[in-house]
Design a protein around this ligand. Structure first.
Ligand SMILES: Nc1ncnc2c1ncn2[C@@H]1O[C@H](COP(=O)(O)OP(=O)(O)OP(=O)(O)O)[C@@H](O)[C@H]1O
Length: 318
């Protein structure tokens, strides 16, 4: 478990992380989202003791990172895949990490096998593709068999098979009871992988909530209707005071009206329907809606509904 309390980071006069308080639970994949420059990497670096907090406290399994003995056995992280020594072989890179953290050398072969790099173990990372570099970084993160795995943009440069592999890996690690914390800008991928979301904008916490709850809270339900009698339906909806958006050729989009009510209206007025389907917003739509509101807040006008989506009770179980 990772706990942040009132974490702030300033560079000069610029506040890049602003009073963040949240916990990351074990046993699930927590996605870390935010627009470019929101402060995600800075937050992750502070969690790993690579940057100092200006104020506030970060605890990893109850202790600051600096106090962890053999930290790779507690937390495995991929922050920058290019951080590997380009002139040493993949095996040697991992061997050095293992020796300095008292990790059995047998783990080096295990993780190279696990990430699919066993056949290039003796090759130098400087000749690796972006995807191979990511895999080596993930191997390093898994080396100490840690309870906490932190990955910054892990699918960067991975091909579809690689993306599928990392998704399956993260879900498996979480199912084993580990804490998995992952940042990504790929919303469709995040929607498939994460159970819980922490969203920040301009360094501030905007949401700390379950995936479904996040999408529901930050989107409007809508219904798609298709009819061969668009004029008839237009009149019926207008008479009922319902606003619809027409997408041409008899397709209507209606927000905030239950599907049942629309079906009943159509039946009552004998409008033939070819489709009546509720639409669920995507994570991407919900994310843009929330962070767009955060941008408005930036100019000093807090939009209605722009309040942070944070559960009243902070989660404390590990
Ligand atoms: N060493 C530094 N000195 C000054 N400013 C910095 C430093 N590191 C980061 N910043 C600034 O802090 C802000 C947050 O950067 P950070 O990289 O944490 O954002 P991010 O959410 O990870 O962005 P991205 O999604 O683009 O990777 C940015 O405005 C960045 O310019």
């Amino acid at each position: 478990m990772i706990e942040l309390a009132g974490v702030t980071k300033r560079y000069g006069r610029k506040v890049v992380v602003d009073d963040l308080t949240f916990s990351i639970r074990a046993g699930c994949v927590t996605g870390f989202l935010g627009p470019n420059g929101a402060g995600k990497s800075t937050t992750m670096r502070m969690m790993l003791g690579l940057d100092r907090t200006t104020s506030g406290r970060i605890l990893i399994d109850g202790q600051p990172y600096a106090r962890l003995k053999e930290p790779l056995r507690h937390v495995g992280a991929l922050l920058d895949a290019r951080a590997m020594h380009g002139g040493r072989s993949a095996y040697q890179n991992l061997r050095c990490l293992a020796l300095s953290n008292d990790i059995p050398l047998s783990r080096v072969d295990e993780v190279l096998e696990q990430v699919g790099l066993a056949s290039v173990a003796q090759k130098r990372p400087k000749g690796f593709s972006l995807g191979m570099g990511q895999r080596l970084g993930i191997a390093a993160a898994l080396l100490g068999d840690p309870e906490i795995v932190m990955l910054d943009e892990p699918v960067n440069g991975l091909d579809p098979e690689g993306i599928h592999w990392i998704r399956t890996l993260m879900k498996r690690l979480a199912a084993e009871g580990r804490t998995v914390f992952v940042s990504s800008h790929l919303m469709s991928e995040m929607a498939l992988t994460a159970d819980h979301l922490v969203v920040i904008g301009r360094g501030r916490l905007l949401a700390d909530t379950g995936m479904r709850e996040f999408i529901d809270l930050n989107s409007r339900p809508s219904v798609r209707i298709r009819t061969p009698e668009p004029e008839k339906l237009r009149d019926v909806l207008a008479a009922a005071g319902i606003t619809a958006t027409e997408n041409g050729t008899g397709t209507f989009e209606v927000a905030d009206v239950p599907t049942e009510r629309l079906g009943e209206l159509a039946l009552e007025h004998r409008v033939l329907l070819h489709e009546l389907s509720p639409r669920h917003a995507s994570l991407e739509e919900a994310f843009i809606a929330l962070t767009g509101e955060a941008a408005e807040y930036r100019t000093g006008t807090l939009a209605a509904g722009a309040a942070p989506v944070v559960p009243e009770t902070s989660r404390t179980e590990s």
